[in-house]
Design a protein around this ligand. Sequence first.
Ligand SMILES: Nc1ncnc2c1ncn2[C@@H]1O[C@H](COP(=O)(O)OP(=O)(O)OP(=O)(O)O)[C@@H](O)[C@H]1O
Ligand SMILES: [Mg+2]
Length: 286
Amino acid sequence: MTGSQFGLGRLHADNVTLRYDERTISRNLSVAVPDGSFTVIVGPNACGKSTLLRALSRLLVPASGQVILDSRSISDLSAKDVARRLGLLPQSSIAPEGIAVADLVARGRYPHQSFFRQWSKADEESVIAAMEATRVTDLSGRLVDELSGGQRQRVWIAMVLAQETPILLLDEPTTFLDIAHQIELMDLLAELNRQGRTIVAVLHDLNHACRYASHLIAMKDGAIVAEGNPSAIVTERLVKDVFGLPSVIIPDPVSNTPLIVPKGRQVAPVVHLDTSARAGKERHRD
Ligand SMILES: Nc1ncnc2c1ncn2[C@@H]1O[C@H](COP(=O)(O)OP(=O)(O)OP(=O)(O)O)[C@@H](O)[C@H]1O
Ligand SMILES: [Mg+2]
């Protein structure tokens, strides 16, 4: 299957070859992001997910082929023009030293400013809304360098949200987040998607991917192995082919989407030995 069967939307890569110097990561790859979709890209480490996201956001120029954004080659658009249409949360970012949270989030507004249009009330409102949505308002005066990993990740997400682009590309946005913040972020992205934004996220959690994606792309060795609705494409065979992982797939009891339960190497159930006296007493009481 290829992306083209879904109709080419605002953002697509046509026959791109992506490489770093002599190392080719993807050859003749075509990917179409369906407009209005919540697209999730999954695949093993080093298969080329971040490389694809970098190409889709103009950070990496394809060796051949092209990325099209709004019917134009993305390389013909200025960085600012791209940044008004598409926001990117990279896999890792380093904040300028000594910058405060609110100032970093405010940088998301840069693409909307010009010599003639300086900081406005609309900019202020976007920054406040983005910080509230990611629950970093209380941190606004703190230095980004001094935050925990999860707090810092939420600040970066706030910055991308403040950019207010119709398309959002997020590379492992749930990294560093505890389980509650992960779900909160996924729900926030789903809400933004319902409001009309196109979301593209790289995720390692297959169950989140199945629960939230309207369009799932499974990659391996720089190529697309399968794509489509998670319920249609996620099978034990696909998980084995892509990740080399034996699993059992059952319906997620909450969302009824595929829930991947890894088998791992363990065949027999683990017996936990607890030799403490207290545990013994409690067992006895039962
Ligand atoms: N700047 C770079 N220069 C050279 N090679 C690179 C560079 N960035 C990535 N690579 C290589 O490209 C390949 C794909 O990397 P990429 O970051 O796209 O993988 P990924 O699928 O995002 O993996 P992960 O799940 O670990 O984030 C890897 O072999 C990696 O070593
Ligand atoms: Mg990556």
